[in-house]
Write a protein that binds this ligand. Structure first.
Ligand SMILES: [Zn+2]
Length: 266
């Protein structure tokens, strides 16, 4: 790929695993095509377990994110040191996120929508969208240079419908990369094999110990595959089973619908 065609994508998720869930397949495809992809978790995930203590959990989850880097081809997975479930829309966080976008020289910034169910997701969405103008203001955080153009801002899939469902402006099939995407989720052992079965599916005695990769993959698809199936249905592309979808934000640089689609076409 020619240097000028390389695009830089940064995804801000509230927790260590959100970038993988909502952007992981697309991220691997983009990285393989030669684009640069960075994941950021805005909290350290230190409340996402029913047995572990917060500090040990944060350390374990950081290790899980770095395993994602090792397996995926994405260049970085940063974890900000905000406590899980306690994220606040502070000036310090707004500054930190603005600097991350500038330092990475992001062309595309993706995050959650403001109507998401989890307070950390909503706060992350607000923080990220609040940078869309400030990222180009030289006197805001003058120690990090502003980009030449405002990045494109986008939202990743969620299933919420109030005030309206997400608009699938770009639909990326992950059918051809499902195994790789599941291998990213598989890095987050504390979540998909411990905490989430306990909290979301009332499985207090769940254990995947000794399971083969095929069993783990089947478990991941059984309990979370519906997310990408519903995204594919929303995308409405015949024959597509699993997808990740993205909506262009009104904030940031505006592209034509075709240009926005092209960004995610690899
Ligand atoms: Zn989350």
């Amino acid at each position: 790929m020619k240097e000028q065609d390389v695009k830089r994508f940064i995804f801000f998720g509230a927790h260590p695993d959100d970038p993988d869930v909502f952007f992981g397949g697309t991220a691997v495809k983009l990285a393989r095509a030669g684009h640069k992809v960075k994941f950021v978790s805005v909290t350290n995930g230190n409340a996402g377990h029913h047995k572990m203590k917060p500090d040990a959990l944060a350390a374990r989850r950081y290790g899980e994110t770095q395993e994602v880097v090792r397996r995926s081809g994405i260049v970085e997975y940063d974890v900000m040191q905000n406590s899980d479930t306690l994220l606040e829309n502070t000036l310090a966080n707004r500054i930190a996120i603005t600097k991350l976008i500038r330092e990475f020289k992001a062309d595309v910034v993706i995050s959650h929508r403001l109507c998401d169910y989890h307070p950390d997701h909503r706060t992350t969405a607000q923080l990220v969208m609040d940078t869309s103008f400030l990222v180009r203001v030289p006197l805001f955080c003058p120690d990090v240079p502003t980009p030449d153009t405002t990045p494109v801002y986008a939202y990743s899939y969620d299933g919420f419908t109030d005030p309206r469902p997400i608009r699938p402006d770009a639909v990326v099939s992950i059918d051809d990369i499902l195994d790789e995407k599941m291998r990213l989720l598989d890095c987050h052992e504390s979540q998909f094999y411990e905490w989430l079965p306990w909290v979301d599916f009332d499985m207090p005695d769940f254990s995947a110990e000794g399971w083969s990769w095929e069993q783990r993959k089947a478990h991941l698809l059984k309990y979370w595959g519906g997310i990408w199936k519903r995204a594919a249905q929303l995308g409405g592309v015949p024959g597509m089973e699993y997808a990740e979808v993205f909506e262009q934000s009104e904030y940031g640089k505006r592209l034509t619908p075709e240009e926005f689609k092209d960004l995610f076409t690899v």
